[in-house]
Design a protein around this ligand. Sequence first.
Ligand SMILES: NC(=O)C1=CN([C@@H]2O[C@H](COP(=O)(O)OP(=O)(O)OC[C@H]3O[C@@H](n4cnc5c(N)ncnc54)[C@H](O)[C@@H]3O)[C@@H](O)[C@H]2O)C=CC1
Ligand SMILES: CC(C)CC(=O)C(=O)O
Ligand SMILES: [Mg+2]
Length: 369
Amino acid sequence: MAANKKLLILPGDGIGPEVMGEVRRIIGWFEKARGLSFDIAEDLVGGAAIDAYGTPLADKTLDLAMGADAVLLGAVGGPKWEPLPFEIRPERGLLKLRKEMQLYANLRPAIVFDELADASTLKREVVAGLDILIIRELTGDLYFGTPRGVETLPDGTRRGINTMVYTSPEVRRVTKIAFDLARKRGSKVCSVDKANVVETTEMWREEVIKLHGEGYEDIQLSHMYVDNAAMQLVRNPKQFDVIVTGNIFGDILSDEAAMLTGSLGMLPSASLGDPDETGRRRALYEPVHGSAPDIAGQGIANPLATVLSFAMMLRYSFDLDEAANQVEQSVRNVLARGLRTGDIMQPGMTRVSTQAMGEAIVEELAKLG
Ligand SMILES: NC(=O)C1=CN([C@@H]2O[C@H](COP(=O)(O)OP(=O)(O)OC[C@H]3O[C@@H](n4cnc5c(N)ncnc54)[C@H](O)[C@@H]3O)[C@@H](O)[C@H]2O)C=CC1
Ligand SMILES: CC(C)CC(=O)C(=O)O
Ligand SMILES: [Mg+2]
């Protein structure tokens, strides 16, 4: 295959480089055993970039990302950088990357592998067979709205402000992605908002309903307030097919959904923008979890969320569906072999390191022939 798949790898901080190391191992295997060829660049982001470049996202790194067919990111952040002013913290680097690349649709599938149905803190019957897709709007909302910041008032007290902002085109474009993707699965979309008290989200609901009436009547559309949705996700998650929601609600609900699958270490994500004139769609793939400072440097992090994000990259950015299926099948097979990192450890299973998990995936890939 031609060496034209431009891939930027940004391992980031904490467990980011550890889990990304296993993806590099898998990429190496695909290159050697399958002749897949990637044009790979690697750079720093987040705290690592602050230490090296004095900024969480250097201009040259952003340029590399803008020119790449896909970006693979580990995670950013950690206690070392928490004392820094807000604007130059590691997380701002990731937010800037998402905004500049216009990655407005963040796909967060929560799939329960049968082998892990008992690893969830919920009962097996509640989670077994679960396959839901949370679509989180990623470039608007409280994370980007202005005014924002903290000011000291004349009386010495402080006031913090963040602003929830959405425009109707922003709501429509992410909802369109949700409707289109729902058509390829269960044809059900639940839009999550807080329309009873937050006007911005009342507008969100109205726009979703309008778009639904413009050719998406075959989709079974429902609406739910976010507080109820948080409850329903643990009460009966299988009622959902596709959930579409804003940035802050999606951030919170997807961490909650991760625990249905057994661990935050299992949840991958794809962040997509619109295709450009050449048909190329900017895209970034990252696990839903963060840099996990509490376990960083110990070689015990679960690499599967990042490995599954890599599978999403193969599918969405490079149309390599067969390779993506093989990565996912290999994950299933290592779980069936009883291999578990600490976060998904169950009685009678074999506890393995991050590295051993990556090696086992490569072994399974090789067996798939
Ligand atoms: N996309 C990103 O880069 C994100 C970055 N963060 C940053 O990460 C740092 C830590 O944030 P937290 O709230 O602690 O969230 P976190 O997701 O890093 O960790 C939450 C808990 O889940 C565990 N965990 C996470 N990923 C795991 C994995 N792959 N294997 C095993 N266990 C795993 C951690 O050990 C921890 O107990 C902060 O600086 C935060 O801002 C948080 C979320 C997303
Ligand atoms: C900027 C990130 C730290 C926000 C987050 O938690 C996420 O994207 O999941
Ligand atoms: Mg999050």
